[in-house]
Design a protein around this ligand. Structure first.
Ligand code: HEC
Length: 198
């Protein structure tokens, strides 16, 4: 017998819709899943070197701005915060079964000294993109999709780093990550993949 499996991905955000029926999604507003596919352009860049242009191309192709641009996860990217981090987080445990999920906030990727990655060397950026390990040795949860980027060539990964380092710095402090069991004070979305039982 052939199993019929249907998959869907959805993005949800805490929203202002009134609670209705006492169901598990009452506290959430359902968004069009396309919000998470709609990567905004990377930050504007005055004509750069061929490497910078290559990096911009890679960043747009890989959709970094969907998570790392404020508002983009809910379909409202902020043009003044392109790649400067998101104050909308992403739950990495299921908020439907766990009332207080763990949440990560996509980092500010611009070279701002206070709130961005100005102090990172190009190799640090390459390493976190391909292996999730940051300069402090911390491994990022795979919400930052480093497993999907593990096979980037040296040339592509370095071009991304060079491009990020050439961005205009934008001061934007993203909220601190939240451990499971702690109440988040900033909004978040949740990506879920559900398999039908039928
Ligand atoms: C699906 C969402 C998502 C996408 C797409 C994504 N990231 Fe991330 N990224 C994150 C999150 C969330 C974090 C923070 C993770 C944590 O704190 O554990 C992060 C962290 C980072 C960091 C570490 C910064 C720091 O200060 O710790 C870098 C650098 C980074 N991402 C670069 C990129 C690049 C470049 C791309 C595209 C090639 C990309 N990301 C695509 C979600 C994403």
């Amino acid at each position: 017998m052939k199993a019929q499996v249907r998959w869907f991905v959805c993005a949800m955000a805490i929203g202002s819709l009134p609670a209705a029926s006492g169901g598990p999604t009452d506290e959430y507003e359902l968004l069009q899943p396309t919000t998470i596919m709609d990567a905004p352009d990377a930050a504007p860049q005055s004509a750069g070197s061929a490497t910078v242009e290559h990096g911009k191309y890679m960043v747009e192709l890989l959709g970094c701005g969907t998570c790392h641009t404020d508002g983009a996860l809910i379909g409202m990217p902020r043009a003044d915060r392109r790649l400067a981090g998101s104050h909308i987080g992403i739950a990495y445990s299921d908020p439907l079964t766990q009332s207080l999920p763990g949440i990560v906030y996509p980092a500010n990727l611009t070279p701002d000294v206070k709130t961005g990655i100005a102090s990172w060397a190009a190799e640090d950026i390459v390493r976190v993109i391909r292996s999730g390990v940051d300069p402090d040795g911390r491994r990022h949860v795979s919400v930052m999709p480093w497993p999907a980027y593990a096979k980037l060539s040296d040339e592509d990964a370095r071009a991304i780093a060079t491009y990020l380092q050439a961005l205009p710095p934008v001061e934007h402090l993203v909220p601190e990550n939240v451990e499971p069991g702690i109440k988040a004070t900033a909004p978040f979305v949740h990506f879920g993949v559900y398999r039908s039982r039928r």
